[in-house]
Ligand binder design. Structure first.
Ligand SMILES: C[S@@+](CC[C@H](N)C(=O)[O-])C[C@H]1O[C@@H](n2cnc3c(N)ncnc32)[C@H](O)[C@@H]1O
Length: 249
């Protein structure tokens, strides 16, 4: 199937911003319209799990502990759509001095990953089932993030599903506001044209530099995600991109 994208006209760009402000395309719908979104489910209580809208849930310590971690001086890395969590688990073990937050909209996958991480006793990692567009916006301060990893984002092939694609002009604005000067976005995809779309959006943004393969050194050794592992096993190509944030704009 072809991955369809094109340079946006001003009207199409405006449409992206209108959809964004209306909460369209959020996976699972807009949590601000969901009942009980300001309280955590009982299974999540006092664990390393957060939801942006439930950070002030007074019955649990999750929000307070999360905020304390975020307010610390530890460099922060985010993974969006961590799936089984192989990359995140490996990275947070490998670099214990850094703090990690993983967003994954599939609650069941988050619960499984949470259990695995707890068995390992990791204390530098938080998981969330928020759509990253909401989680980043509401739970992460401006210019706090050193690295954002987006590994094999869902392509959303069909025309009627395009609104769910993670990368859009307002999402790139959000990244620009959360990534600190000198920080970077790390993208991997097995859909070549998705890589080209992201490159187009990032390099066209005043805050980001064009793809620089040398930034792969900042990621260093890593455990491939489930999807990357599958691609490697099946001889499927993978495209990697690294975009650093300019110092000041
Ligand atoms: C193709 S899978 C890749 C999973 C994993 N990164 C890997 O490489 O194996 C994309 C993942 O992103 C998650 N996802 C999609 N949109 C998301 C969003 N807006 N916020 C957080 N997670 C998202 C999906 O639930 C899915 O698990």
């Amino acid at each position: 199937m072809d991955f369809d994208w094109e340079e946006l006209t001003p009207a199409q760009r405006a449409r992206h911003y209108a959809d964004w402000h209306a909460g369209k395309g959020l996976i699972g719908g807009d949590p601000r319209r969901r009942p009980n979104s300001e309280i955590l489910p009982s299974w999540a209580m006092d664990r390393r799990f957060v939801r942006a809208l439930a950070l002030d849930d007074p019955r649990v310590v999750n929000g307070e502990r999360f905020r304390k971690g975020i307010a610390s001086a530890r460099p922060l890395e985010i993974e969006i759509g961590f799936g089984r969590g192989d990359f995140l688990q490996d990275r947070s073990t490998r670099i214990p001095e850094r703090l990690f937050v993983g967003f994954e909209v599939r609650t069941k996958a988050v619960r499984l990953a949470l259990r695995r991480l707890e068995n390992q006793g990791l204390e530098n990692l938080w998981l969330s089932d928020d759509d990253a567009r909401v989680g980043l916006q509401l739970a992460i301060p401006e210019r706090r993030v050193d690295a954002v990893h987006v590994l094999f984002p869902d392509p959303w092939w069909k025309a009627q599903h395009k609104v769910r694609r993670l990368f859009s002009p307002p999402f790139v604005d959000l990244l620009a506001s959360k990534v600190q000067p000198g920080g970077y976005l790390h993208l991997k995809t097995d859909v070549e044209q998705y890589g080209e779309l992201v490159r187009h959006l990032l390099s066209g943004h005043p805050v980001f530099c064009d793809h620089n393969p040398e930034l792969a050194d900042r990621v260093g050794p890593y455990r491939p995600t489930h999807r990357e592992h599958w691609c490697l096993e099946n001889g499927m190509p993978v495209w990697s991109f690294y975009f650093s944030r300019r110092d000041e704009v």
